[in-house]
Design a protein around this ligand. Structure first.
Ligand code: UD1
Length: 350
């Protein structure tokens, strides 16, 4: 029996882990070399609507432990996660530790395992924004440089790892988020409102922690030609309250969506405006253009094929992109895989 310990903590990781857990279950049912998985939840995201609903909807195996480390400074939170994950590795003795993406939970999981010399497998390896102001960029770089197995979503990330001297254990498997979209889209829950709308999300530190940027973005969204539905991340809600920002015009703020509701909104919307990494790809897979509220992206392929446009927090650029975005995407290639990344990961783990 091969023992895997999976470390997750933030919302996008639940979606990614769901795809791999499902592939693991299929592998075991087919009689492959048995693999057991224990999930450690760091507690980084703790609101019911940011965490538990994802486990329930996607039937992700319940975590064996929740370390309940939500909030705090980056150093304090990551340090507490490091100690917590280390404890779990020492008691559970896994053969491999599996981490996803670029959050503080990814960094803590990868570092704890590497220090105990347990092989680390990083899903979404090799992504770079080349902006070290982003906490996620630091997390990705460090996680990659202490990992042993690298699951890349596309060739670009494999090439990037090679540039940094990482050439062993690197596999282009496709993107597990694409697996999730293709598998769960039949369960998409459509929005109640029938009017045409733009789907927006906003939570990156670079946008929420800078009041000027936050205000500029929200004002531009309020001036959109169609209703803008913004399921609001708690971080952004806090930032708006702190800065006393109120919104109006086309902008309609709602509670965070479940994954199935998010898929329904993606299917129904005209286009997407976001600073999320995952949503940029999900929009593409579901045939929607995406305006990205950042100055750079890790998902550069989407910008190259003009499915995605970077506008930063510039109201002029945001407004200018509305017409561009409200057009259908040309015939699409499967840039990030065929929806079978999870299967490949499981085979490579054994
Ligand atoms: C984190 C990730 C980011 C990812 C995002 C997805 C890092 C550095 N960032 O950002 O890469 O795209 O998750 O959502 O790991 N909060 C709540 N309830 C929650 C979760 C958070 O109220 O369930 C509040 C807390 O006050 C917390 C703040 O939001 O301090 C920020 O949360 P944090 O986990 O630090 O970062 P995110 O902005 O969610």
């Amino acid at each position: 029996m091969l023992k895997i310990l999976t470390v997750v903590g933030a919302r996008p990781q639940f979606v990614k882990a769901a795809a791999v857990s499902r592939a693991l279950a299929v592998h075991n049912a087919r009689g492959g070399r048995p693999i057991s998985e224990e999930i450690v939840h760091t507690g980084q995201h703790y609101d019911q609507g940011m965490s538990q609903v994802f486990f329930d909807e996607m039937e992700i195996p319940e975590p064996v432990v929740n370390l309940e480390i939500g909030g705090g400074t980056h150093g304090a939170a990551t340090g507490a996660m490091l100690a917590g994950v280390e404890r779990e590795i020492l008691t559970r003795r896994p053969d491999r530790v599996l981490v996803y993406g670029d959050t503080n939970s990814t960094l803590a999981g990868a570092l704890a395992a590497a220090k105990l010399r347990v092989p680390v497998a990083h899903v979404e390896a090799g992504l770079r924004s080349f902006n070290r102001q982003m906490p996620e960029e630091i997390n990705r770089i460090v996680a990659d440089h202490v990992s042993d197995l690298f699951f890349c979503p596309s060739e670009v990330s494999k090439i990037q790892l090679a540039r940094e001297g990482i050439t062993h254990g690197v596999h282009v498997v496709g993107d597990v988020m694409v697996d999730a979209v293709l598998h769960y889209r039949r369960k998409a829950v459509p929005p109640v409102a029938k009017d045409p709308f733009i789907l927006a999300t906003l939570h990156r530190a670079e946008n929420t922690d800078d009041t000027g940027r936050l205000e500029a973005i929200l004002r531009a969204l309020g001036e959109a030609p169609l209703q803008v539905i913004l399921p609001l991340h708690p971080r952004t809600r806090e930032a708006m309250q702190r800065a006393g920002i109120t919104v109006g015009g086309a902008l309609r703020i709602i509670e965070p969506l479940t994954y199935f509701a998010m898929l329904g909104h993606l299917e129904a919307c005209r286009f997407v405006i976001t600073d999320s990494g995952g949503l940029q790809k999900e929009a593409y897979v579901l045939g929607k253009r995406c305006i990205t509220l950042r100055d750079e992206t890790e998902w550069t392929e989407l910008v190259e094929i003009q499915a995605n446009r970077l506008v930063g927090a510039d109201p002029v650029k945001i407004r200018a992109a509305f017409d561009w975005a409200d057009q259908s995407l040309p015939e699409r290639e499967l840039i990030y895989g065929d929806g079978r990344a999870g299967e490949r990961i499981v085979e490579l783990l054994t």
